[in-house]
Design a protein around this ligand. Structure first.
Ligand code: UD1
Length: 339
């Protein structure tokens, strides 16, 4: 049985991936510093899979603690989720983002090299493309100047991994996520934003649940079909499954080069207003929203060309945006005790 370390394994995408790895027969160990997650997520994972993963609260910025961890923990591969992800916060506190997202990656890769852990999956983002010239966007598109320190950390991370794969035995796959939303169908795990949500769907579900008075739609004057921004919203469970496929690819040595990257999206672009209306339809709740000005740093439109992931990884999404919105609403209702 292969043993996989999931960093940030109690976070939104991490926890869903832990469950899918367990379902695929892998043993999972989790580290997380609990900065944006809750240790109770372990209970949710255990309720779904019947297996409580070995967990350790670990601060990846603490190089000595990381070294100590790998001196006593043997794993066959790593899926590295642990990172900060709030775009606005990264503009205000760039050094925190460079420390959290870059230093930690370097420490992990040093341990991979030292302990011969040759299989490394990295959480990247469509943010590396900036505003693409051609849509849908494929992996050959140029990486554009990052608009935020957060986006820059993803670009730099990919470069660090690429160089490491060239120079060492580490083999890696970077997965470029579009917009992950939704929750597990069991409603045992889902997204747990701390404070006011920055992302669209948690803000929508919290507004519908009565925690927020009103959703602000950031801009209706973009050059799109209805004037609001377009994104590619992917169900988090579909996204999680792709990590299992990618890890198996590395473990079985099926990768074509030592560093590969894949877009993970649905290929469908949806506008903010389409998401709002789709949510109203699946939930039966009328959403209180108003149009406000544009949010600085937002790109107009981005959605994935998924051919490479479909053909090379043999992975494709199985659930729709509507499925994802319905699951996000079930999760929010459970959290808030709404019948
Ligand atoms: C961005 C990044 C993504 C990153 C994520 C982390 C890009 C293209 N995407 O996602 O890589 O992983 O942040 O948080 O850089 N919106 C509203 N009202 C709200 C919230 C959002 O109208 O209250 C709109 C936004 O303007 C945007 C869309 O909803 O058009 C999606 O926003 P969000 O969920 O924050 O994700 P991105 O900004 O696309």
């Amino acid at each position: 049985m292969k043993r996989i370390l999931v960093t940030g394994g109690l976070g939104f995408i991490g926890s869903h991936t832990v469950v899918e790895l367990q379902a695929a027969g892998m043993e999972v160990v989790v580290i997380d510093n609990l900065s944006n997650s809750d240790v109770k997520v372990l209970d949710g994972i255990e309720k779904i899979s019947g297996i409580r993963p070995q967990f350790e609260k670990l601060e990846l910025r603490d190089k000595l603690a990381v070294q100590d961890y790998f001196n006593r923990t043997k794993v066959d591969g790593i899926i590295h989720f642990a990172a900060s992800k709030a775009v606005g916060e990264s503009v205000e506190n760039p050094l925190l983002y460079y420390e959290n997202n870059i230093n930690t990656l370097v420490y992990l890769l040093q341990e991979c090299n030292k302990h011969h852990i040759d299989h490394f999956i990295f959480s990247s983002s469509c943010t590396v493309y900036g505003q693409p010239d051609v849509l849908p966007i494929n992996e050959d598109a140029p990486v554009k100047q990052a608009v935020s320190p957060y986006g820059n950390t993803k670009q730099i991370s990919e470069e660090i991994i690429f160089d490491t794969c060239n120079a060492t035995k580490v083999q890696s796959i970077a997965l470029r996520y579009f917009n992950p939303i939704g929750a597990h169908s069991s409603t045992e795990i889902g997204e747990l934003p701390i404070g006011t949500p920055q992302n669209l769907v948690p803000f929508i579900t919290q507004t519908a649940a009565g925690l927020r008075e009103e959703l602000s739609v950031f801009g209706d004057d973009y050059p799109t079909k209805d004037g609001s921004c377009i994104r590619d919203y992917i169900h988090v469970v579909d996204l999680a499954r792709a990590h299992v496929v990618a890890m198996k690819r590395l473990l079985q040595g099926n990768n074509e080069t030592s560093y590969e990257m894949f877009n993970l999206g649905t290929g469908r672009g949806s506008s903010v207003l389409e998401v709002v209306h789709a949510f109203e339809k699946v939930s039966g709740v009328k959403l209180n929203y108003k149009i406000v000005g544009r949010r600085p740093g937002d790109v107009i439109s981005v959605y994935a060309d998924t051919s490479k992931a479909n053909e090379v990884l043999g992975w494709k999404t199985e659930m729709s945006m509507e499925d994802a919105l319905a699951s996000a609403w079930q999760w929010e209702k459970k959290l808030r005790g709404i019948a």
